[in-house]
Design a protein around this ligand. Sequence first.
Ligand code: SAT
Ligand code: MN
Length: 616
Amino acid sequence: MTATTESTTTAGSSGRPTTHQGILAWVTEIAELTQPDRIHWCTGSPEEWAELTDALVGTGTFTRLNPELKPNSFYAASDPTDVARVEDRTYICSVDERDAGPTNNWMDPDQMKDLMRGLYAGCMKGRTMYVIPFVMGHLEAEKPMFGVEITDSAYVTVSMSVMARMGTEVLRKMEELEAAGEDFQWVPALHSVGMPLEPGQADVPWPCNDTKYIVQFPEERMIWSFGSGYGGNALLGKKCYALRIASVMARDEGWMAEHMLILKLTSPAGVTKYVAAAFPSACGKTNLAMLKPTIPGWKVEAIGDDIAWMRIGDDGRLWAVNPEYGFFGVAPGTNEHTNPNAMATINKGNSVFTNVALTEDGDVWWEGLENPPARATSWKGEPWTPDSEELSSHANSRYCTPIKQCDMLAPEYDDPRGVPIDAILFGGRRKTTVPLVTEARDWTHGTFMGATLSSETTAAATGAVGVVRRDPMAMLPFIGYNAGDYFGHWINIGKDNDASRLPKIFYVNWFRRGEDGGFLWPGFGENSRVLKWVVERIDGQAAAVETPIGHVPAPGALDVDGLDLTDEELAQALAVDVEEWKAEIPQIQEWFEKFGDDLPSVLWTELDGLKARLDA
Ligand code: SAT
Ligand code: MN
């Protein structure tokens, strides 16, 4: 190994950066393969943040924002080709192809490793290799969920320090456990932007490679990523670990890793409920997690906005933690009306903004934010004015901000046991067919609702936007194994546990449109009215009518007091149109057929039941 080890912070008396043999051996092996100029063991300290952000300003990756407006915050613009998750380049390399199922790309793991070793060979030349010890969830958890990310991107390192608990403390804990002879797991997560530098070659602000691979090896609990610097492709603790790899661990160990926000809802009477909700990327999870209720006396506190890990507790209830440490939210559309709590959080600073517009006073702006600047620089680096034809910001531009800065974060966020979930919401973006809210009849029916979740595609992944696709449990790009088995896992959670202790399941759609093409429901803070009906249903207080697809609010049961909405609009938002639903049946059938014998038969039974009720 030719690289020098820069960091002294974790060096023991031996002078080695860690006493953990496994990590040291892996870092040595990867350094030999990738040939970085330097190795930096991350500490997670404020000094390290300052050093890395200064260096990123130096290379032109970051622009420091005006400290009076956004203290200690930075603007970055990616390469215009590297702006979202690349689902067609994402692989589940299970030993058996069958285990990747029909919804994932698959390649034989040995073949993939050969291919990627070729790409990784010398790929960090001229760069620093950062070693990031991290933990998803709490370091104090009964079984901390460790990982080590190796990356050659300082941008990724800085972003990881916002999104995950990382650094010296985490490494120490792993060293202690190893020294105590404890058996514990850590996930090796290798990332490279895939752009080595020859001696004297100038770097670019956003290095990346046209060849991209985002690869999970589920049996080995290992992640290899190449070619992209963007969020979900490169911050490997997030979707790659906390969903794809964790979903496999969860299958094997009897828990659940889900693409869900977690919120705490307190009624005027002081009754507290916890809600988890699964929506596809860029469908409003962050806004719902930080919702500011419009109905008097109700309060929402955030616990998570993207990922929930849920386990059955000793009390038979489903307990959820948010494994993340920051918010990686969609910027466009975020403003004082749609998400005042997110605005307050990012305005405290310590944040990274990617692919938004940069204003002349050193602030950021994006479509939907108040007070458009007279002039700005677009995410593509071009002059922009409100008259410009192009958007100032990419539709998937993001803010990356520490969760602890959110004033309405529930204190339970810090509890390694998590919170007991009372209700699970599934939802998607549908212009038609799907009513504002529907309650499932039971867990199995709720699983059917989740398994058939449909949504119009968004800019969070590359590809066409606005196409209806099935996105089961909003996990389509994140299930790390055969989705048929995943549905079976959901069914088993209901079978193996006391159903009366499990959360009630609902399906929501904020995005239904009227004949004039406008949204039927105002959304955002007004969604508190739907949450109120949900928790009143759980407590047996709110009325519902039974329909072929489940229970919807009875007339008058949804609190629309003070809402500027006609009876006709409300009726349309809640309507169950039998003909529209009959048109869904062949689509659901086609979707289920993809899974062949791997689809749990009870889901066919649910579909038959739905058909019969629609025909009745
Ligand atoms: O790109 S991320 O996966 O980090 C965000 C998202 O698509 O949900
Ligand atoms: Mn997400």
